[in-house]
Design a protein around this ligand. Structure first.
Ligand SMILES: Nc1nc2c(ncn2[C@@H]2O[C@H](COP(=O)(O)OP(=O)(O)OP(=O)(O)O)[C@@H](O)[C@H]2O)c(=O)[nH]1
Length: 391
């Protein structure tokens, strides 16, 4: 699947950079076009892979290149002010080759959080291709302001894109590390999931390794639909004796000899176990699996470890678990890989406790800030009063 990606704000830019690195090391070519947008000059300069001519500094007359300081209203203003400039950077390269747009942003800050919905709305008006968001939720311990920003932006972003692919930093943070190191690891997790998903739709990259049932871009687009929130599950396992030649391939795919059937059974069991783990384990956004509207299963790995029976069985299991009938499934052979990976896309999910919690945190942060404001106004009044009395 070829995607025009826009990295909005610092987190968005860094993740876009990582998608470009993924493409250059794997030769996948999922990023059809890359534009980084930010109101902070230093963040744009810190990128490694996004071409310099595709980095757009917005809102210079408002924030003078220093960023939106965690104020989404400022991010929104900066975006509105320079929307034409963003648009022309996107237009420069967007061609009929593009299957979709993806706007990537951390929702807890100011620039990406406030600006992404403005850009999404614009792209929806101007292009026929679907516009998706990849929205990163802040960790709980980032505090009230970040969670308040994210709660608002999550709603606006979800309303302006065709589908909001959500990733919760909180679910993936590991204790102890510095913030920078932590983000590097979290960004790896993001790319592992979404990089693998989008490259599966890039069917041409398969060359001679024709998959038994291919997932192409239109299957991904149909799964994501035209409205909703998506959460993604992932699990993988190293396969012993992978890449040991074609003989094993026939056996695992259900050849006629008895050994062949035994090995095919192993492959089937591995696939079904991985799919359960992916669905019931850590999702990019924790949600009730049975609130899914549409799902997609993708199994990638060395060709000899993929088989149709395993994928069919796993697809039926997802149908039962999600209670939805629209479950697509396919495989993606990767001859140089020694890992089998299952990606489960849960689209149109509605029961998301984390979002409700974020909204609650937002209300609490709002009330607390009102309280502090009135306390400081009262304090100031008392001070002035005291000054007058002294005189
Ligand atoms: N996964 C991930 N999340 C990040 C990263 N950097 C920041 N974040 C998250 O994104 C949120 C927003 O931060 P930024 O992207 O720095 O904010 P911004 O959009 O540049 O906005 P301003 O800094 O206010 O101008 C933070 O609260 C974090 O939750 C990153 O590299 N990876």
């Amino acid at each position: 699947m070829k995607i025009a990606m826009i990295g909005f704000g610092q987190a968005g830019g860094k993740i876009l950079d990582r998608f470009l690195r993924y493409d250059s090391t794997r030769g996948t070519g999922i990023v059809g076009h890359a534009v980084a947008v930010n109101s902070a000059k230093a963040d744009l300069m810190g990128l490694d892979y996004v071409p310099h001519e595709n980095r757009v500094l917005i809102g210079q007359s408002i924030v003078k290149g220093h960023g939106a300081g965690t104020e989404p209203e400022l991010g929104e203003k900066c975006t509105q002010e320079d929307i034409e400039e963003i648009q022309s950077a996107i237009d420069k390269m967007v061609s009929s080759e593009i299957d979709a747009f993806l706007i990537i942003a951390g929702l807890g800050g100011g620039t990406g959080s406030g600006g992404s919905p403005v850009l999404a709305e614009r792209l929806q008006r101007l292009y026929v291709e679907p516009v998706y968001g990849l929205g990163i939720l802040p960790a709980r311990d980032e505090g009230g302001i970040y969670n308040r920003n994210a709660a608002r932006s999550f709603q606006d972003f979800a309303e302006t894109v065709d589908n909001l692919l959500a990733f919760d930093n909180d679910a993936f943070k590991s204790g102890g590390e510095s913030l920078g190191e932590g983000y590097t690891e979290i960004n790896d997790e993001i790319i592992t999931r979404f990089g693998a998903l989008f490259s599966a739709g890039e069917v041409e990259a398969l060359g001679d390794n024709v998959a038994e049932s291919v997932v192409d871009a239109s299957e991904i687009i149909n799964t994501l639909g035209e409205h909703g929130i998506t959460s993604v599950g992932y699990a993988s396992e190293v396969v012993e004796n992978a890449n040991d030649g074609g003989g094993l391939l026939d056996k695992l795919r259900g050849g006629n000899d008895q050994n062949g059937f035994a090995s095919a059974g192993d492959a089937t069991n591995r696939i079904t176990a991985l799919v359960r783990k992916a669905t019931l384990g850590k999702l990019t956004l924790q949600c009730e699996v049975d609130s899914t509207e549409r799902a997609l299963l993708l199994v990638s790995g060395p060709p000899e470890a993929l088989n149709r029976k395993g994928i069919d069985k796993a697809r039926k299991w997802i149908e039962n678990k999600t209670e939805c009938m629209e479950v697509r499934a396919g495989d993606y052979p990767l001859p140089d890989e020694d890992r089998v990976a299952a990606i489960v896309v849960l689209s149109g999910v509605t029961e998301i406790p984390r979002v409700k919690e974020m909204q609650r945190m937002a209300i609490e942060a709002e009330e607390r800030s009102e309280e502090l404001k009135s306390q400081s106004e009262e304090g100031l009044e008392e001070l002035i009063q005291y000054g007058d009395d002294e005189e």
